[in-house]
Design a protein around this ligand. Structure first.
Ligand code: ZN
Length: 217
């Protein structure tokens, strides 16, 4: 899953508005944010196999450190501790929300991935394979993204038009991943993904900043 993860970020704002949206954007993609450098360094492996799923050509055959269930639990716990340390005055519930956002990545990946998600190490791989039904998989990404955005807007969020336009752009990026040409290589896929995560988090950080008039009030 790709942009659908961000629906969880938006929905989390409805639960606790104190956590910055850019933090939640990084949190829901943390496993992939860690995966990309692991692939670039050769610690985890992916190969491009056109046709391996109906919507993307990624054969994610070795990713025990970022996408096993055990690893997802550990990354979530790490995010909890990091948030507690980085924002010491925030309530424990806020750090728990960040940890839950990190873990949500694995659950949503479980729905779409082919059985390439190990429960532990590189063993017992699971995945429900919705990627083989591209229209449904794309629809799920859109419903999650815009459903979450709708919840976020109900918190009185600023810059709704710009945020909605940004979500449409993210969905267009998703469409190009699903229906466009395959990535040039495994490393190109990882580098492009990482660049996307950084840019998306930076843009939502800018969009969430309070308008100047509201900040002065
Ligand atoms: Zn992932």
């Amino acid at each position: 899953m790709f942009v659908g993860h961000y629906g969880v970020s938006f929905a989390a704002k409805k639960i606790d508005a104190s956590v910055p949206l850019w933090v939640l954007f990084v949190a829901v993609q943390l496993l992939d944010v860690a995966w990309a450098p692991c692939v670039l360094l050769g610690i985890e492996r992916v190969r491009i196999v056109p046709g391996i799923t109906a919507s993307n050509p990624l054969d994610l055959y070795y990713m025990p450190y970022t996408h096993s269930l055990v690893a997802a639990v550990l990354w979530s716990a790490g995010a909890f501790v990091l948030y507690r340390v980085a924002v010491p005055r925030s309530p424990k519930a806020a750090a728990l929300l960040v940890a839950a956002a990190v873990f949500s990545h694995w659950l949503l990946d479980l729905v779409v991935h082919r059985p390439d998600l190990p429960l532990y190490d590189d063993a017992v791989k699971v995945g429900l394979g919705l990627w083989n039904l591209p229209v449904l998989a794309f629809g799920l990404e859109a419903v999650l993204l815009f459903g979450g955005m709708w919840l976020y807007f109900r918190t009185g969020a600023a810059r709704r038009t710009a945020t909605a336009a940004f979500c449409l752009i993210m969905l267009a990026v998703q469409a190009s991943v699903f229906f466009g040409p395959p990535p040039a290589s495994d490393k190109a896929a990882a580098a492009t993904a990482l660049g996307g995560y950084v840019v998306f988090a930076a843009v939502i950080g800018l969009l969430e900043r309070r308008p100047r008039s509201a900040a002065a009030a």
